[in-house]
Design a binder for this molecule. Sequence first.
Ligand code: ATP
Ligand code: MG
Length: 213
Amino acid sequence: NSLDIIQRENRDLKRIGIMGGTFDPIHYGHLVIAEQIRCEYRLDKILFIPAGNPPHKLNTDVSSSRHRYFMTLLATVTNPFFEVSKIEMEGEEISYTIHTLTKLKKIFSEDVKLFFITGADAICDIENWKDVEILVTMCDFIAATRPGLESPDLEEKIRQLQCKYNSSIRKIDVPALAISSTDIRCRVREGQSIKYLLPESVEYYIYKHGLYR
Ligand code: ATP
Ligand code: MG
């Protein structure tokens, strides 16, 4: 009967979280939000996508995509639900989220529902992202709060976005980890410890390849 079909369809619908970032380097802030959202939203898998040429970081010194891809692989290897995608590493062109999602939708079948995971700081900027009106129809957005970057303005901003784009943007509170890649790069440059801010394998990768010095 029809109820049976609906139940079967629901069970077959795969729920995939897309975690985009520069990951220069990836750290426990990223990993904690991905895992918490995976559990809370019952996602089948989280796909980490290191940005190819992030449009908002064109004028900054970003490590090669190869290094960022390897570090993301190392950091996610112990979680059976985490995977890393090279989808943005292939071209030389600027990697816009809309292009990545379009490609992913083509790769995955109809029975996949995508959830785009970002930090609350990043979501506030979403209206400056390429083709935002189309983008918000392609998947749900889950914005994780980020310590140090929360403000009454931010709450209000997310509420406005929810209204404007019909609630496909949600906020989620995660255990606060005030870790950022910028701070980690800074610490390496100044010879300070980065222990316990990111997986040990990534820490050693950074030293082995002399990154951020
Ligand atoms: P950078 O300092 O170089 O900008 P970052 O730490 O912000 O690095 P990104 O690779 O830019 O890391 O982040 C990818 C996504 O993860 C962004 O949406 C960002 O908001 C989110 N994010 C990063 N760190 C945290 C954290 N500690 N808590 C919550 N969200 C985070
Ligand atoms: Mg950032």
